[in-house]
Design a protein around this ligand. Structure first.
Ligand code: HEM
Length: 487
């Protein structure tokens, strides 16, 4: 008996709420799971265990705990769960984001970071971004002249989607305007808590209808990607001399080893790999940066003082007689703090991307079985008063003054891009897009809320998803503010 007790003692799970039969704790996630989990972790602590249907899960909600899972024991937690969405919508996990840890994932990741997402590669698309942003400024100028109220959410969403489409697929969004909706649906389905993943014996019933939607969505996306790749192969998308997009880069590598340095694990790049990688890139770019820009804009409209400070900085650094250029961005310190503060309150991936543990492990005296789902609640960490003091709910960029808090995964208080070997490989691209678009729109225009809306009334409701954006569109009225000669 003593031996059994010792074993039990050693195998103590982290504290957590009692699971119900069949569904476990799924009902406690609520429609905004980052908030549902926050209230549970207040009660049970920063390392909490849940059962999601049949699947053991651990929810991590403090910087110290996040460091243990994402750094100290990173290798144990570097996998992703195999779920329906990754099967149906990542070509049987042939991409990067939802692929289990191992040589295949490592090779795809290497290929993408070297060939597609390197700083050099991203810089090479600066002219394209400049052109797209300028054309939105132009259209907003027309709205300003007509004293129109603008749907900022739509403008920003289309701008980011268009910049991403041109860089990745070599098409403008107008040519394939249903792609945005398709990718949006794919992101929703990848982020949804799908009962079929947690209670596998219910999967054939498809009670939420997600499986059906995934099949339909993946087929529609596949048709678009096939068309685009075929156009590239035939050279029909060639409009004179144009820059190589991601499709060109990947097609130039077809039939070659994915990683020439790793001949022990020989993966030859084929069409399915290319489609899966392109889908990952498009899905990761469309909604994430746009959501953060929208949230920041919402906060700026709610906080005219901060908007004002930002405009003063832009006047000083850039000047009122010209638009913002990418090389100005690194000089915009206040903008940098605004973006950090926005990520603190609105980490667009509030629960990051789920991890899965690869072996049994004991952490802080708690037993965590192999194949546990690991959920890092970055949203809760950003609002923890022990970390950020009492005014956590306040939008206050100045809290970052003289604090060396990085947002790329080195500081566990601020984790919008995750951390460690599964951390976001698109940080550089994401941040360039975010800073450029924000700086330009705030520099070129003054913004006011539509008639009758007061700053305190700006709606801040969230719509949960793998990428969490605003529930409703953000509306505002622009007035052009640069000296006229610039356009
Ligand atoms: C505001 C913009 C973005 C945010 C907030 C964001 C956030 C994240 C987060 C939280 C993760 C999971 C990290 C982890 O598990 O530790 C992730 C992974 C990933 N992100 Fe991003 N991301 C953004 C933009 C991008 C862009 C522009 C790309 C590429 C075009 C990208 C590509 C990826 C990929 C491929 C992964 C999976 C990495 C892996 O599993 O090895 N992301 N991102």
């Amino acid at each position: 008996a003593a031996k059994i007790r010792r074993n039990n003692g050693r195998r103590k799970l982290p504290p957590g709420p009692t699971p119900l039969p069949v569904i476990g704790n799924l009902h406690q996630l609520t429609t905004l799971p980052h908030r549902g989990l926050q209230s549970l972790s207040k009660k049970y602590g920063p390392i909490m265990s849940l059962r999601l249907g049949q699947v053991p899960a651990v929810v991590v909600s403090s910087p110290e705990a996040a460091e243990l899972f994402l750094k100290t024991f990173d290798t144990t937690f570097a996998s992703r769960p195999r779920v329906q969405s990754s099967e149906y919508m990542s070509y049987g996990t042939k991409g990067m984001a939802f692929t289990e840890y191992g040589p295949y994932w490592r090779n795809v990741r290497k290929l993408c970071t070297l060939q597609l997402l390197s700083a050099l590669k991203i810089e090479s698309f600066a002219a394209l971004r400049r052109e797209d942003v300028a054309s939105v400024v132009e259209s907003l100028r027309a709205s300003a002249a007509a004293r129109e109220v603008v749907d900022i959410s739509r403008k920003i969403g289309e701008l980011i989607a268009d910049m991403s489409c041109r860089m990745i697929l070599g098409i403008s969004l107008e040519d394939r305007n249903h792609l945005k909706e398709l990718v949006h649906e794919a992101m929703f389905l990848s982020g949804a808590f799908n009962l079929s993943d947690y209670v596998p014996y219910l999967a054939p019933l498809d009670l939420q209808g997600y499986t059906r939607r995934m099949k339909k969505n993946s087929e529609a996306i596949d048709r678009v990607l096939e068309e685009i790749i075929t156009e590239h192969e035939r050279g029909t998308s060639e409009k004179g001399h144009r820059q190589k997009d991601f499709v060109d880069v990947l097609l130039s590598l077809v039939n070659q080893p994915m990683n020439p340095q790793d001949l022990e694990h020989l993966y030859i790049i084929d069409r399915t790999n290319i489609k899966a990688i392109l889908l990952d890139m498009v899905a990761a770019s469309f909604d994430t940066s746009a959501a953060l820009i929208e949230w920041t804009f919402s906060e700026l409209l709610k906080h005219p003082r901060v908007m004002n400070n930002l405009q003063r900085e832009l006047e000083r650094v850039v000047g009122m007689d010209k638009m913002v250029e990418e090389q100005d961005l690194e000089k915009l310190d206040y903008l940098d703090m605004v973006v950090k503060e926005s990520f603190r309150l609105h980490p667009v991936a509030p629960l990051l991307v789920p991890r899965e543990s690869m072996e049994d492990i004991t952490i802080e005296g708690y037993f965590i079985p192999k194949k546990s789902r690991i959920i890092v609640n970055a949203w809760t960490i950003g609002r923890d008063p022990n970390v950020w003091s009492e005014n956590v709910e306040e939008f206050l960029p100045e809290r970052f003054v003289d604090k060396n808090i990085d947002l790329r995964g080195h500081d566990f208080r601020l984790l919008p891009f995750g951390s460690g070997r599964r951390g976001c490989p698109g940080v550089h691209l994401g941040l360039v897009n975010i800073r450029l678009v924000l700086a330009q729109l705030v520099h070129c225009f003054s913004w006011e809320l539509p008639n009758g809306v007061e700053t305190k009334d700006v709606d801040m409701s969230e719509k949960f998803g793998l990428s969490m954006g605003r529930a409703n569109q953000l509306l505002a009225k622009p007035t052009y503010r640069l000296l006229a000669k610039t356009m």
